[in-house]
Design a protein around this ligand. Structure first.
Ligand code: FEO
Length: 172
């Protein structure tokens, strides 16, 4: 049975993951409106990934005999000054999520909840990747945003990103 404080904090993180999904879906819409379908696709895949991050926690609470309590999703921005501005917001948001996951890990250690420590390690690794991806694209965008040909090429590259649910084990 999961400790109630741990359960409540994971419930808050489910909300944060779904909020992230909503943010990236909003960015996907914005990039579509800016005629950058590759970036829109990249953000749409990001939205799908965030939903799986929340759902992995949703399943975990149930596995540990706890209660999932969904909360309202706060509003998100719907416009950004530029692509670089959107990716700056993405990077800042991912850094914030990393600190939230670290906070969950602190609680799990305090409670000596070894199962949750083990569970959260997946998110610790994932956040390294999330921050690196956002930073990489932000740096690229800063370099090329005023170069339409380079922007077109990067947009085309990002159109190939496909969604893979990394929260479930691959079929054997
Ligand atoms: Fe679920 Fe982007 O971290």
């Amino acid at each position: 049975m999961i400790n109630e404080r741990m359960q409540n904090e994971i419930n808050d993180q489910i909300n944060a993951e779904f909020w992230s999904a909503y943010l990236y879906l909003s960015m996907s819409a914005w990039f579509t409106q800016k005629n950058l379908p590759g970036f829109a696709n990249w953000m749409y895949v990001q939205y799908q990934e965030e939903m799986t991050h929340g759902m992995k926690m949703f399943r975990y609470i149930h596995e540990r005999g706890g209660e999932v309590k969904l909360k309202p999703i706060a509003k998100v921005d719907t416009a950004w000054k530029s692509g670089a501005d959107a990716f700056t917001a993405t990077l800042n948001h991912e850094r914030k999520v990393t600190s939230l996951i670290n906070g969950l890990m602190d609680t799990a250690h305090e409670l000596r909840d070894y199962a949750t420590i083990n569970f959260l390690n997946w998110y610790i690794d994932e956040q390294v990747e999330e921050e690196a991806n956002a930073e990489d694209l932000l740096n690229k965008l800063k370099m090329i945003e005023k170069d339409p040909a380079a922007l077109y090429a990067l947009d085309k590259e990002l159109s190939t990103r496909t969604f893979v649910d990394e929260t479930v084990a691959p079929a054997e």
